[in-house]
Design a protein around this ligand. Structure first.
Ligand code: ZN
Length: 298
């Protein structure tokens, strides 16, 4: 693409971080680091487009064999941005990545349907399809939209202080937009995970098969690096084909088509929230969500 365009920024959006995703290469490993530290890496479009850029860059760099997705700050990711000054839900983009039109000037349920298709569903699918092995390096909170970022990676390594949670049923939704729950857990576990909405410890999700490895927090970085260096010795094409093989089999088992169907349910829920509650996310913001989540644990 030669015609670079700068996205329109509405006056009421305040981006606190110029670089919401950091990009570093160490040997044959690219590190993509979420960097909205002030808001626990809650995901606005600014951060997600930056992350897409970073995945694209790492994919195109022939020296990079393995990609690590990690996070600065207290938590891996608190989920989608539902209430920071940098929340840019209402902003269209001229640098859209999927074959879709802008959402910002669209009425009714169309607005969220179009936006979430691009920045949540299709972005996650793009990142899952990156032809190089990806490792999520997860510490502390990996909540709701945070799960989506970890789940699209091939391997997940977590520190022993990590916890995983999808608490969005209380907002009216059948889980987050990237509905991989019954693939990441077995169906009965997925139902418990969603219906109770509780935090699951790193040890518990390891036992359930959602992640690959749990290590003490102090060893998280070195454990991920050791795996990445080992994987980097494998031939590039064989790794790409291995990923493709596993992903295709999952899709043949219904992952992709099931997710498309549930995306419709998810947006029926957004529309119902608007009709019944007057707000597409049922009046929740970051503070209300965090308070409600804490109450669940007591
Ligand atoms: Zn949604």
């Amino acid at each position: 693409m030669t015609n670079e365009t700068v996205p329109k920024v509405k006056a009421d959006i305040v981006y606190e971080e110029e670089h919401p995703v950091l990009y570093d290469v160490d040997g044959q490993i690219a590190y993509l680091t979420l960097n909205r530290v002030k808001y626990h890496n809650s995901q606005n479009a600014q951060m997600l487009y930056a992350l897409d850029d970073a995945f694209f860059k790492a994919t195109g760099d022939d020296n990079v064999k393995v990609i690590v997705l990690r996070a600065n700050g207290k938590h891996f990711s608190a989920g989608h941005d539902i209430g920071t000054p940098g929340r840019d839900f209402h902003q269209g983009r001229d640098d859209r990545r999927s074959m879709n039109y802008n959402h910002d000037n669209k009425p009714g349920a169309e607005k969220a349907y179009v936006r979430e298709q691009e920045v949540y569903l299709e972005f996650c699918r793009r990142w899952r399809a990156v032809p190089k092995p990806t490792i999520a390096q997860v510490h502390k909170g990996c909540i709701a939209g945070g799960l989506m970022l970890a789940w699209v990676c091939d391997l997940i390594v977590a520190s022993d202080d990590a916890f995983f949670q999808d608490p969005v049923v209380q907002m009216g939704f059948p889980g987050v937009e990237y509905f991989a729950h019954p693939f990441e857990l077995n169906v009965r576990q997925a139902k418990e995970f969603l219906l109770l909405g509780e935090r699951w410890s790193a040890e518990r999700v390891l036992a359930a098969g959602m992640i690959n490895k749990v290590v003490p927090r102090a060893e998280l970085e070195s454990a991920v690096k050791a795996w990445a260096e080992k994987i980097a010795t494998q031939p590039r094409l064989a790794m790409a084909l291995t990923k493709q093989a596993c992903n295709q089999i999952e899709d043949l088992q219904g992952k992709r088509s099931g997710m498309d169907m549930v995306y419709g349910y998810h947006h029926f829920a957004h529309a119902n929230n608007t009709i019944v509650k007057g707000d597409y996310i049922a009046g929740f913001d970051g503070k209300k969500m965090s308070k409600s989540n804490k109450a669940k644990e007591s």
